[in-house]
Ligand binder design. Structure first.
Ligand code: ADP
Ligand code: MG
Length: 702
C-alpha cells in the first residue's frame, strides 16, 4: 500500500491552501496530512439529535437546533454594530447574534426559511442566545452530511476562529482528509497483535475517530489509537533498555567482602526491613551480572533509601571500586556526607565531600586523591559532574532525587570512566505511581521499598486557616517548652524571587517578635544565602541550638533532624501533594509524636481544599502520588516533563492504566524474544522505528 499521501503537506488538502496551512501550522502544529489525521476531536455532536429552543440547559457544549428565521435586524449601539436574528422552533424563540460579516450574513438569511443552527449557547440576561453560531439551510445540512451520524468538535484557538477556521470549518477539512486518505493509510501494527487484542485497523480507526459510524466503532477506534500510542512508547523504552543492556558491559562485582560485612555486623544498629533486604539483593544481582546497571529506586520518605544506597556503595568498595553519591542541593549533600561518615565510623573507608563552595586548595586535594583512588566514596552536588573531576575507577554512581538532574547530567556520570560506565542507581524523593514510573522511567529497571522501618509514629497532620495563627504560636511554645524543634516553611514561587523572599523575611520578622531572644533562637535558611551561611544555620538547628527554622523549600529534601517534631507550612495551598509530603517527611524521624500544620488562606479553591484534605487523611506517599496524578495529571509530577507522557495525544496515563500495563507487557515480551525486531512478524514494528526514531538510538536495527 502506498501511504505516501499521509506525508503530504497540508496545504494541498482540499479546503486548506497556503493561508490556512499557515494558520494550522502556527496554531496547531499541523503541517502534514498525518498531523491532521492525528488531531483528534474532543467531542462529537450527534447530528440526529436536535435540541428544542425551550430545552437549552447548558452553555458549555455545542448543540444544534432546527427552526425558522423569525426576524432579523441590525442594531447600532454606540460604535458597535451587530446583527440580531430571531430564530425559533415550535417551543420558543432564541437570538443569534453576529458582530462580524453583518451584511453578508444578513443577505443570506431569509425570514421564514428553515435552518439548522449549530453552536455553543451563552446566557445573557437569563436568556440563552448564540454568538456567531454556524447556520445552514436545512436542505444543504442534510445533503452535506456524510454517512457518519456524528459531527466532530475540535478545539480551536481564538486566532483560528478569527480566520473562520472554527470547529465546523475544521470538520469540513477533516472530512476531505478522510476521503482523500481512504484506502491509503498503512497498518502499523503486525497482524498477530491486531488479531490478539481484537483491534480494528489503523485506517478504520482514524476514519472513525473523526467521523464515527457508530458509538461502538468510536470506542473501538479510541481503544486502538490509545493502545498504539502506549505500545510504541513502551516498545521504545524496552528497545532502549534491551539495547543498552546488550551493548553496555558492566563491571562485575562478584563478591560481598569485608567492608560490607563489618558494616553490617558491627556498625548497623538496627535490622533492615524486608523491603530493604529485597532491594539490596536486586541491586546486587544487577551488579554481579556482566551488564551495566541502570536502576530506579523508589520508596516513601523515610523508607531508608539512603542506607540502601550506602550498602550498595560498600559492595563496590569491596570489589576494589570507588562510589559516588550525587545530591541536588548542598544542604542535602552535606547531610549525606555527615550521615555516611557517621554510619561508617571505625571502618577504613575514605569519604570526601565535594561542592562548588569547596576552597581551591582543598578541592585540588580531593581531585587528586579521587583520581589516584585514595578516596573511596565521594559525596557531592553538581560539582561532581564537572569535567575536572576524574575517578580512579568509579564502580557505582548513586543519584539522589533523580528528577532534579537532567538526562545529560546522568550521562555525564556514565562517562566518568574511560573503561566501562559505572553502575547507576537513581532514587526519587517521593513515590511516583507505578504506571507513571513505567512510562517516565520506562527504560530503567525498577526497585521499590514499600515498607517503613518499624516503630514510626504516624505524623498528625492538621489544616488551619491563617486566622488561627495565635493558636499555632501557642502550640509552638508548648513544643519548644518540652524541648522540641520546629520548621516553618514558606513557598517559593519562581516567578518572583524578590516577592518570595519578602514573604519569607516578613515571616521571619513576625516569628522573631513572637519568639524573642534570649529565650528563643530562630534560624533562617533560603536559596540566596551563601553555602557556608546555610550550613552554619543548618548546623545550629541540627545541634539543637535554635528552636525554630524558618526556611524556603530548600529544606524540603532529605534533611534529617530527629528532634524536630513540628512542620508548619505557610500557604500550603500553593504546594503540590508530593512536595507537601516531602516537607512533612522532615518530621516524624524521632521517637516523639510529630505534627504537620498546613496553614492556608480562608477561601480555598475546590482543588486546593481537596489536596489539603488528602494530606490530612493519609501519610502514605504512594497513595498521595496516585491522588496527585488523578487530581492534577502527569504534568504535576516531578520528572515527567521530559518523558513524553505529556505529549500523549489520546491515551491517558491515569484513566488508561490497564492499557498501559498491557502495552508494557506486550512490548516487554516482543523485545525479549526478538530484540532486533528481525522476525518477519515484526517487520512493521521495525519499519516504524526506522521511520520515526533516529538510528543511533537503536543501532541494532538495521
Ligand atoms: P529516605 O532517604 O528514604 O527518605 P533515609 O534513608 O533518610 O530515608 O532514612 C530515614 C531514617 O531512617 C534515617 O535516619 C535512617 O538511618 C533510618 N533508617 C533507615 N533504615 C532503617 C531501618 N531498617 N530501621 C530503622 N531505621 C532505619
Ligand atoms: Mg533521602
Amino acid at each position: 500500500m502506498d501511504d505516501s499521501i499521509v506525508y503530504r503537506n497540508i496545504k494541498f488538502l482540499k479546503g486548506v491552501g497556503e493561508k490556512r496551512a499557515l494558520i494550522l501550522q502556527r496554531e496547531l502544529e499541523v503541517s502534514s496530512y498525518k498531523d491532521l489525521l492525528y488531531y483528534f476531536p474532543y467531542r462529537y455532536v450527534d447530528r440526529s439529535v436536535f435540541v428544542k429552543a425551550r430545552e437549552i440547559r447548558s452553555d458549555d457544549i455545542h448543540i444544534q437546533i432546527k427552526g425558522k428565521v423569525i426576524d432579523k435586524q441590525t442594531v447600532t449601539n454606540g460604535k458597535t454594530k451587530r446583527l440580531i436574528v430571531g430564530f425559533g422552533d415550535e417551543t420558543g424563540r432564541i437570538e443569534l447574534v453576529f458582530f462580524k460579516g453583518l451584511k453578508w450574513i444578513y443577505d443570506r438569511l431569509d425570514v421564514g426559511r428553515q435552518y439548522v443552527v449549530f453552536g455553543k449557547p451563552s446566557k445573557f440576561n437569563n436568556e440563552f442566545n448564540f454568538i456567531h453560531p454556524e447556520i445552514e439551510p436545512i436542505e444543504t445540512y442534510f445533503n452535506s452530511a456524510n454517512d457518519s451520524k456524528f459531527l466532530p468538535i475540535y478545539s480551536t484557538t481564538e486566532k483560528m476562529k478569527n480566520s473562520f477556521l472554527n470547529t465546523k470549518a475544521l470538520a469540513k477539512i477533516t472530512l476531505n482528509l478522510i476521503n482523500e486518505c481512504h484506502g491509503n493509510i498503512a497498518e502499523t501494527l503486525p497482524e498477530y497483535i491486531v488479531k490478539h487484542y481484537n483491534l480494528i485497523s489503523l485506517q478504520q480507526s482514524l476514519e472513525n475517530i473523526h467521523y464515527p459510524q457508530s458509538p461502538e466503532l468510536l470506542s473501538k477506534a479510541k481503544l486502538r489509537l490509545k493502545f498504539e500510542e502506549l505500545f510504541f512508547m513502551q516498545l521504545e523504552h524496552q528497545m532502549t533498555k534491551s539495547h543498552r543492556k546488550e551493548k553496555s558491559q558492566g563491571f562485575v562485582f562478584s563478591k560481598v567482602g569485608d567492608v560490607f560485612n563489618s558494616f553490617y555486623s558491627r556498625n548497623l544498629k538496627f535490622s533492615l526491613t524486608e523491603a530493604q533486604k529485597r532491594v539490596i539483593k536486586e541491586i546486587r544481582n544487577d551488579m554481579r551480572s556482566s551488564h551495566q546497571m541502570n536502576r530506579l529506586l523508589q520508596g516513601d520518605v523515610g523508607s531508608g533509601k539512603t542506607l540502601v544506597a550506602l550498602m550498595c556503595m560498600l559492595i563496590a568498595l569491596d570489589n576494589g571500586f570507588q562510589a559516588a553519591l550525587l545530591a541536588p542541593t548542598e544542604i542535602l549533600a552535606q547531610q549525606h556526607y555527615n550521615s555516611i561518615t557517621n554510619f561508617l565510623s571505625g571502618l577504613n573507608v575514605n569519604v570526601a565531600l565535594l561542592m562548588s563552595g569547596v576552597k581551591s586548595k582543598a578541592r585540588k586535594n580531593i581531585l587528586s586523591n579521587l583520581e589516584e583512588g585514595c578516596i573511596d566514596i565521594i559525596v557531592g552536588t553538581h560539582a561532581i559532574l564537572e569535567d575536572s573531576v576524574k575517578f580512579h575507577n568509579l564502580g557505582l554512581a548513586v543519584i539522589d532525587e533523580q528528577h532534579r538532574f537532567g538526562v545529560e547530567q546522568r550521562s555525564k556520570m556514565w562517562n566518568k570512566n574511560t573503561t566501562l560506565p559505572p553502575h547507576i542507581l537513581v532514587m526519587t524523593a517521593t513515590p511516583i505511581p507505578r504506571t507513571l514510573a513505567m512510562t517516565v522511567y520506562g527504560d530503567l529497571d525498577y526497585s521499590v521499598i514499600d515498607e517503613l522501618p518499624p516503630g514510626r509514629k504516624p505524623i498528625n497532620t492538621i489544616h488551619l486557616f491563617d486566622s488561627s495563627i495565635l493558636r499555632v504560636y501557642d502550640f509552638m511554645r508548648q513544643q519548644i517548652n518540652v524541648g522540641r524543634q520546629i520548621y516553618i516553611v514558606y513557598p517559593l514561587i519562581n516567578e518572583n524571587e524578590k516577592l518570595d523572599l519578602k514573604d519569607l523575611m516578613d515571616g521571619y520578622t513576625s516569628i522573631t517578635q513572637q519568639f524573642p531572644l534570649p529565650q528563643y533562637q530562630v534560624s533562617i535558611v533560603h536559596g540566596q544565602m551563601k553555602a557556608e551561611d546555610k550550613e552554619y544555620e543548618m548546623n545550629r538547628f541540627k545541634r539543637g541550638v535554635t528552636n525554630i527554622m524558618v526556611a524556603t523549600t530548600v529544606i524540603e529534601v532529605g534533611v534529617d533532624v530527629p528532634n524536630a517534631t513540628v512542620m508548619i507550612i505557610q500557604n500550603a495551598e500553593r504546594f503540590g501533594l508530593s512536595q507537601l509530603h516531602q516537607l512533612r517527611g522532615r518530621v516524624g524521624r524521632g521517637a516523639n509524636q510529630s505534627y504537620c500544620i498546613l496553614m492556608t488562606k480562608d477561601n480555598l479553591s475546590k482543588e486546593s481544599a481537596k489536596r489539603i484534605d488528602i494530606m490530612c487523611s493519609t501519610n502514605d506517599g504512594f497513595v498521595l502520588a496516585q491522588e496527585d496524578l488523578a487530581l492534577r495529571g502527569p504534568g504535576s509530577i516531578q520528572g515527567t516533563q521530559q518523558s513524553g507522557v505529556l505529549d500523549l495525544k489520546i491515551a491517558d496515563i491515569v484513566k488508561d492504566e490497564p492499557l498501559v500495563r498491557t502495552a508494557r507487557d506486550l512490548a516487554d515480551y516482543i523485545v525479549k524474544i526478538d530484540p532486533a525486531l528481525s522476525l518477519p512478524d515484526n517487520a512493521l514494528l521495525k519499519q516504524y522505528f526506522l521511520k520515526h526514531k533516529p538510528l543511533q538510538d537503536f543501532s541494532k536495527i538495521s
